[in-house]
Ligand binder design. Structure first.
Ligand code: SF4
Ligand code: SF4
Length: 342
């Protein structure tokens, strides 16, 4: 199962890598960054206390497994509080990994602290990709301009290789496309348009296409709609990975089975029915993120009466919840996710 070491060298052009059990996955260039990233990006939110992962050893083992199977790109964030898991997973790995992280800093002091925290926490001098987290529009981006300027200085010094933004908004993608200094855009993208806060899926696709034509490196997020599309991961991931202009897709993975299934999908291979059956059999629950603001929209939407508000946050009655996913589509902050338990 161990990978061939030369598969992971960063190459100048789009190319493919063979993986022992997987056939082939693509490693395209991410825009004009000079970084080749695997088309499947390891979404590390799934290995975060925010999604119930408190076991560093177990989290690191799953991530390490994914990296050893051919993934060379991982996405995290300061708020995920999982730098230790990543550091452990990378220790002694024989091939380079491109790390993207992000934070909410908006001024020099904050971004300086966040960048240093990432370098220390991940135990590396250079962070390949540093993003401004959840930029909703040009207005938001202007409000973070000091932080962006600091990142550009860090890029000049070689401490970061590419800068950019993540966004759940069509206007966020358009803003990133319009700013020449932005190298990378990490937009929400799934076949149902779940979680887009200001528009439709066709509008998001159009914005992504425009950004791609402007030379931005694009990697998508929430291809499984925060878990709400996970009943058919083959359909959901095959959709996301084939959107024109998207180099890579970050997918949260919390088990080896998920890694194996996702790698096969991204290699264009069939997934054994037994694997998908096992995946569906794993108990899943609806999880409310700690950043819930208690607006109550999800409660109004739930047809089962499974949601209530307690102490200013949504609470799920798992016994009533049928995991239909309707609530996740109306949450403005993407707080509701269907996750595997334990
Ligand atoms: S819609 Fe989202 S932010 Fe509002 S109460 Fe529900 S989970 Fe919280
Ligand atoms: S997933 Fe469906 S049943 Fe469960 S809380 Fe959300 S809307 Fe209600």
């Amino acid at each position: 199962m161990s990978p061939k070491p030369d598969l992971f060298n960063l190459m100048p052009r789009r190319h493919e890598v063979s993986c022992d059990q997987l056939g082939v996955i693509f490693v395209p260039l991410l825009g004009q960054t000079g970084l080749n990233v695997s088309s499947l990006c390891f979404g590390a939110l799934a290995l975060s206390p925010l999604q119930g992962c408190h076991d560093v050893t177990r989290g690191a083992a799953v991530l390490r497994y994914g990296l050893e199977q051919g993934i060379n790109f991982l996405d995290t964030a300061e708020i995920y509080a999982n730098y230790e898991i990543i550091r452990r997973a990378l220790k002694g790995l024989s091939h380079p990994v491109v790390i993207a992280t992000k934070c909410y800093a908006y001024n020099r002091e904050q971004i300086k602290e966040s960048l240093e925290r990432a370098r220390r926490g991940l135990d590396r001098d250079v962070i390949e990709i540093f993003l401004l987290h959840e930029q909703e529009s040009m207005h938001t981006l202007r409000g973070h301009w000091e932080a962006l300027e600091y990142l550009l200085e860090a890029k000049q010094k070689g401490v970061v290789k590419a800068v950019g933004l993540s966004t759940h908004a069509v206007a966020g993608v358009r803003a990133g496309a319009a700013v020449p200094e932005i190298d990378v855009i990490h937009p929400i993208l799934n076949l149902a348009g779940l979680g887009i806060i200001d528009g439709t899926l066709p509008e998001m696709l159009e914005a992504i296409q425009m950004a791609h034509q402007m030379g931005k490196g694009i990697y998508g997020m929430k291809a499984l709609g925060g878990g709400h599309l996970s009943q058919d991961p083959v359909q959901a991931l095959n959709y996301a990975r084939q959107v024109p202009g998207v180099a890579s897709v970050a997918v949260g993975m919390a088990s080896r089975l998920e890694v194996d299934i996702n790698l096969r999908i991204f290699a264009g291979l069939e997934v054994p029915a037994g694997w998908l059956k096992r995946l569906r059999q794993e108990r899943r629950i609806l999880h409310v993120a700690e950043w819930c603001e208690g607006c109550g929209r999800c409660q109004e939407k739930c047809p089962q009466g499974a949601l209530s508000l307690e102490q200013g946050q949504a609470r799920v009655d798992q016994a009533k919840c049928v995991l239909c996913g309707y609530c996740g589509a109306v949450c403005p902050h993407f707080c509701l996710k269907i996750i595997r338990q334990g």
